[in-house]
Ligand binder design. Structure first.
Ligand code: MLT
Length: 406
């Protein structure tokens, strides 16, 4: 008899953004003439930078010629891309990461969840609340939680991020083995200082824990003092894995390219307490289950590190950050407390009401889609998230409509 993974039964019925998309299409079916403006899921709307398009085309032409055609690529990704990542994204920050420690992949979403596969099922997981729902959902799927009771899954250490702690969770009090952190944070837009991040690194050392650090939004950091990478912190190489993505910084949500950094010294432990190094485990996992990102896509991502690619990517990020500023200003002037939008593309708004009701009200009265904060966790109740990923014209119109609706 084929039996199902019983842990799937513990999940909420559908993934947050699928649920939202279903509600929006139902609204559109009932209001076919209404132009709905989507500030919900963080999905880019501007085309790929011209430098990427050029590299993409050239690589496709290479694949069309027997002399330059390529089959399977190297398991960690092409070194032409990994060398640039190490140089521009880490060495330039003084972070000691080498090309050999980088694994190119098709998304931070897959990597942040697949990485759990390397660990025993009895590990205790700490997850911020609110946070990107993938960490919790995949922890449930992996059987590391109990059932849902009063908005909380048993067996999870929730790291509460609230207005009271400026959306930076305190260190856990009990035992935790695996810690998810995301900065700049999705959904709150909060950022962490080097001093605060150093406390997490020290905690991981003291408790023999591991940090899974999601830095998918680092390109949106504006303040000079905010760390872009956990490896800017001394001692992080031993206790942290970092996830990055070209999705938002280079417009790659539909093209798919990201990377994960697993330093050669990053450790976990055998049951007898002996140190083991995660790099070789992740390499084993990836070379068995993943066949890499396509050559044209890796070439397109490589172009992001050229002089014109960097300039064009910065223009993209600046464009969305201008939207973020407008959203934050407008919502603040309407009397709502906002965080984010200054070093992140998300604006986290205290709606002072049930977040799904606020979502329904914005959709029905303004034709604007937001993400209800409750979808990101118990502590997100009462909030909504607006995303800056849309055209300036749509963002401006959305703000006009919201003003009229409120
Ligand atoms: C979000 O809206 O939180 C993100 O776009 C989702 C994702 O990156 O998968």
């Amino acid at each position: 008899m084929i039996t199902i993974n019983k842990h799937y039964k513990k999940l909420q019925t559908s993934y947050l953004f699928v649920d939202i998309a279903r509600r929006v299409s139902e609204y559109q079916r009932q209001n076919p003439d209404k132009h709905v403006i989507k500030l919900g899921i963080g999905d880019v709307t501007k085309p790929l930078p011209p430098a990427c398009i050029k590299a993409f085309h050239q690589a496709v032409d290479e694949m069309a010629d027997e002399k330059t055609f390529r089959g399977y690529g190297p398991e960690k990704g092409y070194s032409f891309l990994r060398e640039l990542v190490a140089l521009h994204d880490f060495k330039a920050l003084g972070a000691p990461i080498s090309a050999d420690e980088i694994f190119i992949s098709d998304g931070a979403k897959c990597d942040t969840s697949n990485f759990q596969e390397l660990f025993g099922s009895d590990n205790f997981v700490a997850i911020p609340d609110p946070v990107y729902p993938v960490y919790l959902d995949t922890t449930i799927m992996a059987g590391r939680t109990g059932i849902l009771y009063e908005g909380r899954y048993g067996g999870v250490s929730y790291l509460e991020a609230t207005k009271e702690n400026n959306f930076i969770p305190a260190l856990p009090e009990g035992r935790v083995d695996l810690i998810y952190l995301c900065f700049p944070n999705n959904p709150t837009g909060a950022t962490i200082s080097k001093k605060q991040l150093a406390e997490w690194v020290a905690f991981a050392h003291e408790n023999k824990a591991l940090i899974l650090f999601d830095a998918a939004y680092e390109a949106f950091i504006r303040d000079k003092d905010i760390p872009h990478s956990i490896y800017e912190i001394d001692g992080a190489r031993e206790v942290a894995v970092e996830f990055r993505s070209f999705s938002k910084s280079g417009g790659f949500t539909g093209t798919r390219c990201a990377y994960t950094v697993v330093p050669s010294t990053c450790r976990a432990f055998n049951l007898d307490g002996e140190e083991v190094f995660l790099h070789q485990y992740w390499n084993r996992r990836q070379s068995t289950k993943f066949n890499g990102v396509s050559y044209p896509v890796q070439k397109a991502a490589t172009a992001l590190y050229s002089i014109e690619g960097k300039r064009q990517a910065k223009e993209l990020v600046d464009y969305y950050m201008n939207n973020a500023q407008i959203i934050r200003q407008e919502m603040t002037s309407l009397g709502y407390d906002c965080t984010g939008g200054d070093n992140s593309p998300y604006i986290w708004i205290d709606g002072k009401s049930d977040s799904w009701e606020f979502f329904d009200m914005l959709l029905n009265k303004a034709g604007v889609v937001c993400t209800p904060g409750a979808g990101f966790g118990h502590c997100g109740e009462g909030y909504i998230r607006l995303s800056a990923f849309n055209s300036l014209a749509n963002v401006t119109e959305a703000m006009e409509r919201i003003k009229a609706a409120l």
